[in-house]
Design a protein around this ligand. Sequence first.
Ligand code: PLP
Length: 345
Amino acid sequence: MLFRLIRAAAIPAALLAAVLAPAGAARAQGSLNLYCSVQLEWCQAAANAFQRDTGIRVAVSQKGSGEVLAQLRAEAGNPRGDVWFGGTGDPHLQAAEENLSAEYRSPSLDQLHDWAQKQARDSRYRTVGIYAGALGMAFNPELLARRNIAAPACWRDLLDARFRNEIQMANPQSSGTAYVMIATIVQIMGEDPAFEYLKALHRNINAYPRSGTGPIKSVARGETAVSVSFVHDAVTERLGGFPVSSAVPCEGTGYEVGSMSIIRGARNLRSAQRFYDWALTPAAQQLGAESKQFQTPSNRATPVPAEAPRMADIRLIDYDFAKYGASAERRRLIERWDREVNALP
Ligand code: PLP
């Protein structure tokens, strides 16, 4: 009927094509700029599925958690992103405190695990937990065997001379993973002993790459023997066919509440809210495992992938997210690390 009416009005063919083409329909539904701090495969899978479900076109920009925070600050007067999806929770809390993200209470909040709802409450509803994952050590068992080096089991093992120049961790200025490691060591040891530990560790570090997944990819390629990484990342590499094992440090370890925030001043606010609600559904959360990323999902109804490290079996510290996600504390610890550790020869 619609088609006949249009024909009757003798609308030019080009215009008719534009009205009927799927791309035209998607444009009519709006667009979304997604800043994404999980691995690119998941970012892309989320963008494609949301676009398919809603007709909203998604442009993805993938960057580490600390890098997105720096970008939000730089763009505060003229925001270009709408939603920040994934990445460690501390910089999302810092963004909330610095008024870089917008308050939003999803109707799905009560479907989430307590730790994910707590992240929302701690930020006065400017962010929310979408997954959790424990920090640990990854290593290449083939490389260690060739060099006749025993695998690390504890944080203190990483200081041993057998790991001289064999370890990578990311740079905490750009990587949320590396900041979780520093905050974890501070919470386990106390601040001054933690910095003595990080200085001693520096002797065994061969590089501080930008991204949190850089070090484990070097382990997978056999370029370095050991990395400080989330243990779920070791599962991803193993499934990719690489010789990567992981250990949870004997002293206990920290964890992340991977988070999502709507960016203050988002130009596509309605699309941002739709994405936010959609990303909390079990169907959307399963895209993580389908993209071979095995964090523990935050919706209680999302199946925990069989491959995901069992959080209940890991000796987790009582990570103080409110304290270590506070803007002044996070900035202070990263600056101290830069001054006292990164500046060492
Ligand atoms: N990739 C995975 C699989 C993660 O779990 C996380 C943490 O949320 C990140 C990337 C974050 O990376 P970065 O340490 O570069 O901020």
